[in-house]
Design a protein around this ligand. Structure first.
Ligand code: DX5
Ligand code: ZN
Length: 219
């Protein structure tokens, strides 16, 4: 299986966003991963809807929106209006997660639930059958360029088992510190989608790096 590659625009050059988005349009990447941070749920602020609307006008691949914010349910309509394919909300940010998931699906988007590194996959037992995607954070969210947390490989394996056992069709996405080496092990463990920020944008040739990620991370 060849994984989907979702480069994170957080690592793009914001002074040359259009150039970087056009580079991704020409690349073999599958999705655009957009990281929204509110300075409350995570200790950093990234960009919001006006910037994502500008990105969406140039982007020619599906948008995967990762909301690292409190009360993400307030923005379901805004995310839908961007034309997003996937809306990822954090398990830790949603008291009424089941309702939020139903609302996202009612808007015709894929419902993704993201787990912080310390949140066990068993927390999803009662909801995994309703999900289109589960994203595992393999760093603590808030910043690009952090070191991969090693236990994410085992966690991916345990999530794969939970999904298969529950008859869920959810894809497994992994976000943080993903490169060719960690990506290969994550895909072996059952990951379907790899987010890569610095591995792509700090590479000498980002398009070649996307090709390398796709071809070296197979199972
Ligand atoms: C972290 C973000 C990630 C980040 C990944 O909070 O959710 O998407 O941009 O960046 P790298 O690949 O550099 O760890
Ligand atoms: Zn992300």
């Amino acid at each position: 299986m060849t994984p989907l590659i979702a480069p994170s625009l957080l690592s793009a050059d914001f002074a040359h966003l259009q150039r970087d988005i056009e580079m991704l349009n020409e690349s073999e990447c599958d999705w655009f991963h957009l990281d929204v941070m509110d300075g409350v749920f995570v200790p950093n602020i990234s960009f919001g809807f006006p910037v994502m609307e500008a990105m969406a006008r140039t982007a020619r691949k599906p948008l995967d929106v990762h909301l690292m914010i409190v009360q993400p349910e307030k923005f379901i309509h805004e995310v839908k209006a961007l034309g997003a394919k996937v809306m990822n909300v954090h398990y830790e940010a949603c008291t009424h997660l089941h309702r939020v998931v139903q609302q996202i699906k009612a808007e015709g988007m894929m419902a993704g639930v993201t787990l912080n590194p310390h949140t066990p996959v068993a927390c999803l037992e009662e909801i995994v059958a309703d999900l289109d995607l589960v994203m595992l954070m393999s760093v603590n969210p808030g910043f690009g360029g952090q070191q991969f947390i090693e236990h994410s490989v085992d966690k991916t394996r345990r999530l794969r088992e939970l999904i298969d056992r529950s008859g869920s069709h959810a894809l497994i996405e992994v976000d943080g510190g993903v490169n060719r080496e960690t990506g290969r092990r994550l895909v072996e463990a059952g990951a379907d989608v790899l987010v890569a920020g610095s591995a792509v944008f700090r590479a000498a040739d980002p398009r070649a790096e996307i090709h390398a990620l796709k071809t070296s991370c197979n199972r």
